[in-house]
Design a protein. Structure first.
Length: 220
């Protein structure tokens, strides 16, 4: 099975993309690098993290992934996408102190069940770009992630959440126009579920939680 992320240089040679679109991919990778640097520069103090956790009602978040709603017909089409087709995973670029994207474990988990997984992050401050339209055009199925929390920290900024909501809606519109089946994964209180027919909710994005999400979307 194959898993590739937009942050990998291998991705550029795996698609026939025009020079101007390649520029967008390169610029996007630079933006992601700047985001990681910003996170490290602005790392919160322990007291700030404690306050965030106190202000967040963790008990209200579901512990394990579950379907908020499911269209079995649409989900059957999603699961029936040919193994050779691209399963495109769109995830938000959110703060992380790790050297890997927080949702890379989800991409790798999906690749255990589908032959061609393309992981394409989106910046909440920028929304949907030509990059995302390009990958939508080559997708056989799509998973979109929207996230309201930062694992171990607390709620994400309201600006990031609004940006994610706009990006998710725009990606959905392109996918629906091209009749591409979509599954939305909501982490925390994202409030995008009304836009989709199949929605999975969960309370975090640890590797174990994302593995459960993957099993649910393929076999739940």
């Amino acid at each position: 099975m194959e898993y590739r992320t937009l942050l990998s240089s291998q991705l550029y040679s795996s698609h026939r993309i025009s020079g101007i679109q390649l520029f967008h991919l390169t610029q996007y990778t630079q933006d992601m690098g700047e985001l990681k640097s910003s996170v490290r520069r602005n790392h919160r103090k322990a007291s700030d993290i404690t306050k965030l956790l106190q202000d967040t009602s963790l008990s209200e978040r579901p512990v394990e992934p579950s379907f908020q709603k499911v269209d079995r017909g649409q989900l059957s089409v999603w699961r029936g996408a040919p193994p050779s087709s691209n399963l495109v995973l769109f995830t938000p670029a959110i703060p992380s102190t790790s050297d890997i994207d927080p949702f890379e474990p989800l991409g790798r988990a999906l690749s255990a069940y589908h032959g061609q997984v393309r992981h394409v992050p989106y910046l909440p401050t920028r929304g949907m770009t030509t990059t995302h339209s390009t990958f939508c055009s080559v997708a056989g199925s799509i998973v979109i992630v929207a996230c309201q929390i930062i694992e171990g920290y607390g709620p994400i900024s309201s600006a990031s959440l609004r940006g994610q909501q706009h990006a998710v809606r725009d990606i959905r519109d392109v996918a629906l126009a091209n009749q591409i089946p979509i599954v939305l994964i909501e982490i925390g209180a994202v409030d995008c579920g009304h836009l989709f027919s199949t929605v999975i909710q969960c309370g975090g994005y640890t590797a174990g939680m994302l593995e459960m999400v993957t099993r649910l979307v393929f076999y739940g």
